[in-house]
Ligand binder design. Structure first.
Ligand SMILES: C[S@@+](CC[C@H](N)C(=O)[O-])C[C@H]1O[C@@H](n2cnc3c(N)ncnc32)[C@H](O)[C@@H]1O
Length: 263
């Protein structure tokens, strides 16, 4: 799929335009009970940064929480807005959708819980990461919780391919998702090329959407320093959405953070 010569890690963007209506079909929703559990501990209001289609925001609203969902992709937000229109009044009244950039946002509210599900990697540079964390901190109260879920940089292969099972959509059409992942540990960058192929029942292709997505690779020491510099203190370190304590074999590193008092 990736045919360009030269630096495949240059001009990386977050790459979600055109895929909003298909994104949820392939989502692993095992994180939803985890976020609901923490929402029960903190209460509302909740800020879901890089909320995409509102996959998690609407699940939280369904549980009775008040959620602000921010994202910068028109396509992902269009799906979130469709859900808002289809939701019952009591749920839609609890969800606010904002088109914005997590690297610099200002909302006139402080939140009890801030989450960035699956997405902090899209903030590529160290300066942008610091700016994002600064914004997050400014939107927290003294006892708020910030959950940062990260893929572990050291577990990423230099090159990998994946192909999901086709999913049936309306009118007997199917959507297939294929992808290739390239990682450069030295530059701490990753690129994910994804193809969504929409087919008729006879196998003929209706549409082929290709997106290229860039993400930062995070290593423990780097992220620990970044969080310390940004005024966060670790509350708990979890290794997966099943809630196990983080260890060397964990597939994820999920950090539960609060504002540090000495900043
Ligand atoms: C992997 S998707 C995750 C979406 C959602 N959090 C979920 O778990 O279903 C990443 C999301 O990050 C959003 N995103 C990337 N960079 C962003 C930025 N700078 N500001 C706001 N949203 C951003 C993309 O538009 C996309 O919706």
């Amino acid at each position: 799929m990736c045919e360009e010569k030269g630096d495949i890690f240059s001009n990386l963007t977050s790459g979600y335009e055109g895929v909003g209506e298909f994104y949820d079909l392939f989502a692993d929703n095992s994180d939803i009970p985890f976020y609901i559990e923490y929402a029960k501990r903190t209460g509302s209001p909740i800020l879901d940064l890089a909320a995409g289609t509102g996959r998690i925001a609407f699940a939280l609203a369904q549980e009775g929480f008040e959620v602000t969902a921010l994202d910068n992709s028109r396509s992902m937000l269009a799906s979130a807005r469709r859900k808002l229109l289809q939701a019952s009044n009591d749920i839609s009244n609890r969800v606010t959708i904002i088109e914005g950039d997590m690297e610099h946002f200002k909302i006139s509210k402080k939140f009890s819980l801030i989450i960035v599900p699956n997405s902090f990697g899209h903030v590529l540079s160290r300066n942008a990461q610091l700016a994002t964390l600064r914004c997050i901190r400014e939107h927290m109260k003294h006892d708020s919780l910030f959950i940062l879920d990260l893929y572990r940089g050291e577990l990423q292969y230099a090159h990998a391919k994946f192909e999901d099972h086709p999913v049936q959509i309306e009118n007997d059409r199917t959507v297939e998702r294929h992808g290739e992942i390239y990682s450069d540990r030295r530059r701490k960058l990753m690129r994910v090329d994804i193809q969504y192929i929409i087919k008729n029942i006879d196998g003929s292709i209706i549409k082929n959407i290709e997106v290229k997505s860039g993400a930062a690779l995070f290593f423990n020491n780097d992220i620990d320093l970044l969080l310390q510099q940004s005024g966060f203190e670790l509350v708990e370190e979890i290794g997966g959405f099943d809630g196990h304590v983080y260890n060397a074999e964990s597939g994820r590193r999920i950090l539960l953070l609060k504002k540090s008092t000495n900043k």
